[in-house]
Design a protein around this ligand. Structure first.
Ligand SMILES: [Zn+2]
Length: 258
């Protein structure tokens, strides 16, 4: 059986060096074909590009993670220039989006500058004809759908999607894709999302090194965990596991043009 998977979203630069070496060494043995390596800021973008130069299985995306304070204009310029200089070897723009968790902690935070920042990245994605990797959950997903529609962007990936059925329905109707992490094996909320989402719009990811619970508690987040996600997805959908592997792999390759 072909068990190939692609990690649709991982923060490779956030692992310790020895952990990253271990993960890359074990990719082939664990049937993980490639990694979509997203960036948090300028320094992180530079590192993903460096990893990609050393190992062609690492597919780099450049962006600025929304769950942190805003970048200086100088840092943002640096990121935009890096995208211009490398757009032919980039797989996407990301991780970008809106600061949901930051606003839970600091409700007084002004979201308008984050929306402006996201608009600049959307504009860049259109200019460079690259897919966009979004951190946009719950109510934010609605606003991000408005923005994507106004920019006529169709190549949008909602990573670790969370939201109600209405917004999920809108994401799916617009032809966007979403991905689930290993928490699909134990979180009902995520299992419900999988139930509604066709395999032609579903991918798997780890968001590593983010840690997981259940059978993954106390373990380093490893792309091989996605095999458990695939088994759970097959159970939820009542589809043969081989077929789930085949379709999710196909969806990911098609979306990221790998
Ligand atoms: Zn992420």
């Amino acid at each position: 059986m072909n068990r190939n998977v692609i990690d649709a979203h991982i923060h490779l630069d956030m692992y310790e060096d020895y952990e990253r070496v271990q993960i890359l060494d074990e990719l082939e043995a664990t049937s993980v074909e490639s990694l979509i390596a997203v960036s948090n800021n300028l320094a992180s973008s530079l590192r993903q590009l460096e990893f990609a130069r050393m190992d062609s299985r690492v597919k780099p995306a450049i962006g600025y993670h929304p769950e942190q304070s805003l970048p200086s204009e100088r840092e943002l310029e640096g990121i935009m220039q890096l995208i211009n200089a490398n757009h032919d070897c980039l797989i996407a723009i990301g991780e970008v989006g809106l600061p949901y968790y930051l606003r839970q902690e600091e409700p007084e935070i002004d979201v308008a500058p984050y929306v402006n920042l996201l608009e600049r990245f959307m504009h860049k994605a259109v200019d460079c004809d690259l897919p966009i990797v979004l951190h946009a959950i719950y109510e934010d997903a609605e606003l991000v759908c408005d923005m994507l529609e106004s920019y006529h962007i169709t190549q949008a990936h909602f990573h670790w999607f969370k939201g109600d059925d209405a917004v999920l329905d809108r994401v799916l109707r617009n032809g966007y894709v979403l991905s689930v992490t290993p928490d699909v094996t134990y979180e009902q909320e995520i299992q419900h999302i999988v139930k509604q989402t066709p395999l032609s719009q579903l991918m798997v990811e780890t968001d590593g090194p983010w840690p997981f619970k259940g059978r993954f508690a106390e373990k380093m987040t490893h792309p091989s965990m996605m095999h458990h996600s695939i088994e759970t997805i097959a159970d939820i959908k009542g589809i043969r596991v081989e077929e789930v592997y085949r379709q999710i792999y196909g969806t990911t390759r098609k979306f990221y043009r790998i």
